[in-house]
Design a protein around this ligand. Structure first.
Ligand SMILES: [Zn+2]
Length: 137
């Protein structure tokens, strides 16, 4: 795995398409980083691998986008862009959409989970949704 792609986002998107979340991990110093880089930003090692995490994180912060800066986003307004952090991967804050019923339900520290990919389609970005207590049918 350490010989895998060392730079670029391909490993991230390959894992996303399989329904997994993965980040670059340094086999030398045991630390995570984000975004992908050719060398570990902590110790400069090239012994990097893509390591999956559970896909459950917490909202570190968020904002509500109410203006479409690109015409293709007009029908998605308003939407939430958040920084999501992961207990398993300290130091990483991933910029991602959070699909919430209403932005009013969001709070800092709220648990969120990765939205599964659409089968057969390559993942375009990581999206999360609030973790809900198990509901009885
Ligand atoms: Zn390192």
């Amino acid at each position: 795995m350490a010989k895998e792609t060392k730079a670029g986002f391909r490993g991230h998107f390959d894992h996303l398409s399989a329904g997994e979340l993965a980040f670059p991990f340094c086999e030398e110093c045991g630390r995570w980083h984000w975004y992908p880089m050719p060398l570990c930003p902590h110790c400069r090692s090239s012994r990097l691998s893509w390591r999956p995490v559970s896909g459950t994180g917490e909202i570190w912060s968020w904002t509500v986008v109410r203006h479409a800066f690109d015409a293709s986003h007009r029908d998605k307004l308003p939407y939430v862009v958040a920084l999501v952090c992961f207990e398993e991967a300290p130091g990483i804050r991933l910029v991602a959409n959070v699909e919430a019923a209403s932005p009013d339900e969001l709070r800092i520290g709220m648990p969120v989970e990765l939205v599964p990919p659409v089968p057969g389609e390559p993942a375009q970005h990581a999206a999360f949704r609030p973790v809900r207590p198990t509901q009885l049918a």
